[in-house]
Design a protein around this ligand. Structure first.
Ligand code: ADP
Ligand code: MG
Length: 162
């Protein structure tokens, strides 16, 4: 587990692009954090690093699929979803088996988590400071741990890692 502090959206995007360069087929990324924390911004940075110019905010559409990238990407927002049945109907497992990297906002709403994933928690550092964020990364399972250690190594060139 490690954390990085950013002081502007551009820095969060920069970190997300670095992260995006290391994701692989079937990487699962679960985002945690309040409204306006920066989950969509971070996912857009990942998308940008894969060559997706404009990503939709999936809040109203729940899931967006980008199948022409390497790896292909599925972007999900669970804000309006919470029952196990609704989550099952998204067939996340099938996408992962097909090699999609999957990014999920509002993972708080997913109770029965798989055993392997990367967790990214984004928090405002203080109510007064609108533009600082603490981003905490953790990985579960060997494959995801390896990805995260490569991300950490690259981020350490430009950021203070805690
Ligand atoms: P979420 O998807 O978590 O609800 P968004 O990514 O849609 O949040 O919005 C985050 C908002 O916070 C954006 O308007 C962004 O410009 C702003 N912001 C300000 N500072 C930062 C920062 N350091 N990192 C990320 N977002 C920031
Ligand atoms: Mg969002």
């Amino acid at each position: 587990m490690f954390s990085v502090t950013t002081y502007a959206p551009e820095q969060t995007t920069d970190i997300a692009r670095c992260f995006g360069r290391h994701i692989e087929n079937s990487t699962l990324v679960l985002f945690y954090g309040d409204l306006g924390a920066g989950k969509t911004l971070f996912t857009q940075g990942i998308g940008y690093s894969l060559g997706i110019k404009r990503m939709k905010s999936p809040s109203f559409i729940i899931a967006s699929e980008y199948e022409d990238t390497i790896p292909p990407l599925l972007h999900i927002d669970l804000y309006r979803i919470s029952t196990a049945r609704e989550i099952d109907s998204l067939e996340i497992d099938n996408y992962l088996q097909d090699g999609f990297a999957v990014c999920i906002e509002w993972s708080e709403n997913w109770k029965e988590l798989p055993s392997e994933y990367i967790k990214i928690e984004i928090k405002k550092i203080s109510e007064k400071d609108e533009s600082s964020r603490l981003i905490t990364f953790s990985a579960f399972g060997e494959k995801h741990e390896q990805i995260l250690s490569r991300v950490k190594e690259e981020l350490a060139n430009d950021y203070t890692i805690n």
